[in-house]
Ligand binder design. Structure first.
Ligand SMILES: [Zn+2]
Ligand SMILES: [Zn+2]
Length: 267
C-alpha cells in the first residue's frame, strides 16, 4: 500500500505561515495494485485529482462525515468530470449519502448540479472493497453529528483512518478493542494540551490522550492528523517533545510521523 497525504488540517485550510506544506483540509490516498482508496474530500482532493491520471484503476472514495473540511474539495475533484474514470463512493449509510451528495452541488453553492455530472457515481457500503482485495471495517466515532472511522486490511497490513474522534478517558475502552494492534493509525489530534474546558466537547482528541491510547491499544505507527489550521512551529515542536519523552519513559516501540501535504509512506 502506498499512503499519500493531500490534506492534513481540520476546520479550514491552514492559515499558518510557518508551514507552506501544511495547507489543505482532510484528504488521504491509499494506492494498492488494484485500486485507489481516498479518505475524504477536503480541499486536498483538488491536488489529488490532478495526480489521478491512470483511468484504468478504480477509485473508491470514502467519506468520514460531511463537515465542510471533509467535503469542500469535492466539486473541484476533476475525475468527477471525466467519464473515463471509474469512481465509486463508499459510505456505510447509503440512504444518507444519497441525500447529501446533491446538496453539496446545490445551485445556491455551485453552478453544476450533481445530476449533470457526465456519469452517475455508484454508492456502495464498505464491504464492496473486498472486490479489490481490501477488507474494510467501519466504526462509529465520537464526534458531534457522528463520524465513521475505517480500518483497511490488505496483504497483512492494517491501516485505520479515524479523523474527527474524541478519545478521552470516558470513551477510550471500546476503541482499544477495535483499534488494537493496528500497524498504522491515522488519528485526529486537533489539540495538544489546551486547558479550556469547553474544548473537551468539540469531538476532537488531545495529544496526551492519543499517546496513552496508542500504548494501551498496541498501535505500531501513529500518524497524528487533522491539525488546527493555525498550527505553529512552536506548537508542533512541543508536541514532538511530548511524544519523544513519553515514548522513552514508557519504553514503548511506538513510531510516529507528523504528516504534511504530499507526504508519501510505503507500507
Ligand atoms: Zn474535521
Ligand atoms: Zn467534523
Amino acid at each position: 500500500m502506498k499512503l499519500t497525504f493531500y490534506g492534513v488540517c481540520g476546520s479550514s485550510p491552514s492559515t499558518t505561515k510557518d508551514f507552506p506544506n501544511i495547507k489543505h483540509t482532510a484528504c488521504v490516498a491509499v494506492e494498492t495494485d488494484d485500486c485507489f482508496i481516498i479518505f475524504d474530500a477536503g480541499s486536498g482532493i483538488i491536488n489529488l485529482g490532478k495526480d489521478l491520471t491512470d483511468v484504468a484503476k478504480p477509485i473508491l472514495l470514502f467519506f468520514s462525515h460531511f463537515h465542510y473540511d471533509h467535503i469542500i474539495g469535492l466539486p473541484y475533484f476533476s475525475p468527477l468530470y471525466d467519464s473515463n474514470h471509474n469512481i465509486t463512493i463508499i459510505y456505510p449509510d447509503i440512504k444518507k449519502i444519497k441525500s447529501i451528495l446533491p446538496k453539496i452541488f446545490d445551485s445556491d453553492f455551485f453552478p453544476i448540479s450533481y445530476s449533470q455530472l457526465p456519469k452517475e457515481i455508484p454508492v456502495k457500503t464498505p464491504d464492496y472493497c473486498s472486490n479489490f482485495n481490501v477488507s474494510v471495517t467501519s466504526y462509529n466515532l465520537n464526534h458531534p453529528g457522528g463520524c465513521y472511522g475505517y480500518r483497511l486490511n490488505h496483504r497483512n497490513n492494517s491501516l485505520i483512518y479515524a479523523t474527527d474522534n474524541q478519545l478521552d478517558s470516558k470513551h477510550i475502552t471500546p476503541f482499544i478493542t477495535s483499534f488494537k494492534d493496528c500497524d498504522v493509525l491515522i488519528h485526529d489530534c486537533y489539540f495538544f494540551n489546551e486547558s479550556q474546558e469547553n474544548l473537551k466537547t468539540w469531538g476532537h482528541t488531545f495529544l496526551p490522550d492519543l499517546v496513552s491510547f496508542c500504548f494501551k491499544a498496541n498501535i505500531h505507527h501513529l500518524i497524528p492528523f487533522h491539525f488546527k489550521p493555525d498550527i505553529s512551529k512552536e506548537y508542533l515542536s512541543n508536541m514532538i517533545t511530548y511524544l519523544d519523552s513519553h515514548i522513552s519513559k514508557n519504553k514503548s516501540s511506538l513510531r510516529y510521523t507528523f504528516p504534511y501535504d504530499d507526504l508519501t509512506i510505503h507500507l
